[in-house]
Design a protein around this ligand. Sequence first.
Ligand SMILES: Nc1nc2c(c(=O)[nH]1)N[C@H]1C(S)=C(S)[C@@H](COP(=O)(O)OP(=O)(O)OC[C@H]3O[C@@H](n4cnc5c(=O)[nH]c(N)nc54)[C@H](O)[C@@H]3O)O[C@H]1N2
Ligand SMILES: Nc1nc2c(c(=O)[nH]1)N[C@H]1C(S)=C(S)[C@@H](COP(=O)(O)OP(=O)(O)OC[C@H]3O[C@@H](n4cnc5c(=O)[nH]c(N)nc54)[C@H](O)[C@@H]3O)O[C@H]1N2
Ligand SMILES: [Mo]
Length: 722
Amino acid sequence: MRAAVGEMGVRRTALTLLKVNQKSGFDCPGCAWPESAGHRTPFEFCENGAKAVAEEATLRRVTPEFFAEHPVAELDGRSDYWLGQQGRLTHPMVLRPGDTHYRPISWPDAFALTASTLRGLDTPDAAAFYTSGRTSNEAAFLYQLFARAFGTNNLPDCSNMCHESSGTALNATIGIGKGSVTLDDIHRSSLIVVVGQNPGTNHPRMLTALETAKRNGARIIAVNPLPEAGLLAFKNPQKVSGVVGSATTLADQYLQIRVGGDLALFQALGTLLLPHADREFIAAHTTGFDSYAANVAEVDWAVTEEATGLTRAEIEETAAMFAASDATIVCWAMGLTQHRDAVATIQEVVNVQLLRGMIGKPGAGLCPVRGHSNVQGDRTMGVWERVPAWGPALGKEFGFRVPAETGHDTVETIRAMRDGQVKVFVGMGGNFAAATPDTVATEAALRTCELTVQISTKLNRSHTVTGKTALILPCLGRTEADPAGFVTVEDSMSCVHASRGSLPPAAPTLLSEVAIVSRLGAATLDDTIPWESFEHDYAAVRARIARVVPGFADFENRLGGAGFTLPHPPRDSRSFDTPDGRARFTVSPLTSIEVPEGRLLMQTLRSHDQYNTTIYGLDDRYRGITAGRRVVFAHAEDLAEHGLADGSMVDIVSEWPDGERRAEGFRAVAYPTARGCVATYFPEANVLVPLDSVAVGSNTPTSKAVVVRLEPAHAPSPGPSA
Ligand SMILES: Nc1nc2c(c(=O)[nH]1)N[C@H]1C(S)=C(S)[C@@H](COP(=O)(O)OP(=O)(O)OC[C@H]3O[C@@H](n4cnc5c(=O)[nH]c(N)nc54)[C@H](O)[C@@H]3O)O[C@H]1N2
Ligand SMILES: Nc1nc2c(c(=O)[nH]1)N[C@H]1C(S)=C(S)[C@@H](COP(=O)(O)OP(=O)(O)OC[C@H]3O[C@@H](n4cnc5c(=O)[nH]c(N)nc54)[C@H](O)[C@@H]3O)O[C@H]1N2
Ligand SMILES: [Mo]
């Protein structure tokens, strides 16, 4: 409440927060955790959802006068925290070659400038269209339609850095890249394994679901190099007993795994669970079991204990809990997806669930917990560098030929800008400059562009790191009333529902994302696609989606109440959309990340006071950090081995075949993390993540596994990032 009242004032806070996640309100712009289909309390939001709402509904404004006062060179020296604090963008702005300041530009001129630059390119593939996961289904559908009709599949998105590894692993094994559980499954599960995820900070409403499951008899296992407070012990802030009483112990077992050790862990679990295989399920629904069983026939305990940092006894205890459970769910997030062998690791999770027949059964399944509130929906709507299976239907509906070649994902877009192949960058939300890896290389790449266009609600680094010409196109946020009607989103469990903003727009000059894409389409392309018909009529967009995207038939009429859940063949009927109609066991070699002598494995993660690159404040309450973000969490004994101690100032140097990368002035914090593993905050540490260090198969940057060394700081600390 303090965060919200500070940004919005008391009345606006009350009016806004009571609409969050209500059936007649707006979808929380925070995370993608689902709401209950049934009864909802007036308080369907969490502390961090309130911060996300306050960040958007702030009363502060970034006006043309602001830009006149602050040259871009000055803004470029400001932190993400400072930039975000300045408030909502109000007017379209342009930075022309040679100018020192952004200047106002009219909407028609902004679209004409973008359109003429796009049309002047040698090839449509010289443009890239990025999306972040807050964009509504309607805007996302039109945006990918625009890119493909313009002639390119260059549709990188934040998913490429997020759950791409999950989608890749699941598509190949169960035939659909989405999780197979519902909220109801969580509530009635008997074992929930939370791997590589920090829900206390990033999906706080998930803790309420885990608490319900626990009350219903579930056991919970946490697998994490860090003893994350919210997960190990949870006080429900929405209950009196939660506020004043003792915390519920959520996790029954805590496995303090080494960073990158999950592949070894799940292979070992597979071996131990072979005698408990669900033979009937395996015979009826799967393929490849024999090769899998041969691959995991034995555990090499020395290798497994080294890779995981766990003991044989701990892993055997975990296996016993799996064996005893008749309904197991495995949940995971970035701790599994942002690794070199992320796809193989997630496939080992799938193997274990298939082995026990834990798919398509109440209370059981696979649960990749998505990040951005509509990141899953954006992909469903076709925001993808590949052509979705329904590509031909899209071309037919709108009368154009969908380009066939796979486009650039996020990492490839950076490379293509660097190599002079991509000249125009358009960002539908997000903060490409700060969220992507290898900050120095990425910023240099962005600066080579002819034109960068950012469709944004708030000021961020992507507005200060620009192409030769740069546009800021300010848009409405989720919380705001849109005269053209409501939009829709899809949560992490495939439920599609309406989202209705109610606040007056931050400025009368703002356009909705749908309007911006529609006007861009009309300005750039010939009139084959009736762009004008979409801007004021989102139902018309949904009618098109209903005809093109499978699962959306009769879209408009199914949006009453809590919305509807998209089909998921493995969940609904144990059927698998793979070539032979069966789920596939996979075989992966046992790998782990090699860390040379004297080096440490660094993961980058989120504090309790940030939303990705949006920094709400400089504290990380659950980890005991105040007033600073340039910290590196390390085990006290690892610090001692490096001649360092709690409070030492260090530089972090990452090592990669193409050279070293350096981040200066971090305070070492002695912390009970797994030995050999250190943690820093994203995005400050992105400068250390090499562009070419990516996951096999998904091309996701390995933001959770960077080999580093710590050196005593060369320069005095630059102070907190504020
Ligand atoms: N308040 C808030 N909510 C958010 C976000 C936010 O920034 N703020 N971001 C949103 C987005 S886009 C996303 S994708 C999600 C992210 O949600 P999370 O994935 O929970 O986010 P991270 O902070 O990256 O935390 C990763 C967790 O994985 C653990 N981990 C790291 N490496 C390993 C490993 O090798 N093995 C295992 N087992 N664990 C490991 C870390 O210790 C940490 O607990 O949250 C979403 N929700
Ligand atoms: N090192 C490291 N790097 C990472 C990660 C990590 O764990 N470690 N995590 C990765 C992950 S999981 C993700 S998802 C990406 C996130 O990458 P992005 O999605 O690109 O980044 P965000 O910080 O979420 O974007 C915030 C910006 O979005 C804009 N915005 C907010 N709401 C809206 C809206 O409604 N409409 C529009 N048009 N704009 C809006 C605002 O201008 C705000 O500044 O970062 C990735 N990068
Ligand atoms: Mo994410």
